[in-house]
Design a binder for this molecule. Sequence first.
Ligand code: GDP
Ligand code: MG
Ligand code: ZN
Length: 283
Amino acid sequence: MYMQTGRIIRLLGGFYTVESEGKIFETRARGNFRKKDVKPLVGDFVDFENDYILSVHERKNSLIRPSVANIDQVVVVMSSVEPDFNHNLLDRFLVLLEHRRVNTKIYLSKTDLAELDLSTYQEIGYEVFMSPESLMSNLKDKVTVFMGQTGVGKSTLLNKIAPRLNLATDEISLTLGRGKHTTRHVELYAVAGGLIADTPGFSSLDYEVDTIPELNRCFVDIYEVSADCKFRECTHSHEPECAVKVAVEAGKISQTRFDSFLQLSSEINKTREVYKKNAKKTS
Ligand SMILES: Nc1nc2c(ncn2[C@@H]2O[C@H](COP(=O)(O)OP(=O)(O)O)[C@@H](O)[C@H]2O)c(=O)[nH]1
Ligand SMILES: [Mg+2]
Ligand SMILES: [Zn+2]
C-alpha cells in the first residue's frame, strides 16, 4: 500500500474512520502519537498507510467539546423560551469561540413560542438565523459544529435539516445512560453539501479565557472600542477616560454585554487570586 491523505470523519472505539477521495478507511493511530501528545482529532487531515495514521496536518483550529479540528463555523443554538433565553450564557459561548478563533453564527429556536430581538448581536457581526431553511443554505462546503444547552432544540433542528439523521429528541431523561453511548463517539455527518457535528449536552461551559486582555479581545464589540481607552490594558472598571464605559452610557455597547464582560472579569480575577494564594502556600 502507498501513503494516502484523507480526513478523519469519525472516532469510535479507538478507530479513526478516514475519508479519502470518496472512499472510507478504518484506521488506527500509532502508539507514538499518544506519547507525543498530538492525538489525531475528527476533522484532521492525515497521511495514512496500511490503515495506520502516520501524521496529522497542521490544524487551523480545534475544540475540546466536541473534539473536532478544522472547523469552519459553529452554530450556537439558543431558545427564546424553555429554557429561557440567557444572554450571559450566549456571551460565554461567544467568548469561548472567539478564544478558539472559530467563526460563529447564532440560531434562535422556538420563535413560534416567543419572539426575541437579537439585533444587538447582528450589529456586532454575528449572523442570526431563525429558520432551518435559511441556515441550511449556509452549510455547503463547510464543517459546522452545533452547540447549545440541552433542551434548546438542537436535535429537532438537525432532524429538520437532515431527516435521515433521525436523532432522538427530548433526551433530558436519558442523561443517566448517556456515558455509555456518547463517550468517544465523535462524528462528522454529510449534510446539505457540508459536514456537521453535534455536541453532547454539558453541565457547565468552560470559556477557557484566564486573562483580562484576552477576555477583552473575545468581546468583539468591547475590543473595537477599547482601542480608545486611555490605558492600553484598561479593564473598563476603575480607570479614568475609559472609552468602553462612555460607549455603554451612550448606548453604543449594550448593557447586557458589558454586564457579561464584568461578570467574567470578576470570575477570572477570583480564580487568579486563589491561584496566587495557593502558590504562596507551597513556596
Ligand atoms: N415549540 C417548539 N418546540 C421545540 C422547537 N424545537 C424543539 N422543541 C422542543 O423542545 C424539546 C427539546 O428539543 P431537542 O431537539 O431534544 O433539544 P436538544 O436537547 O437541544 O437536542 C422537545 O420537546 C422539542 O419538541 C421549536 O422550534 N418550537
Ligand atoms: Mg439533542
Ligand atoms: Zn476601558
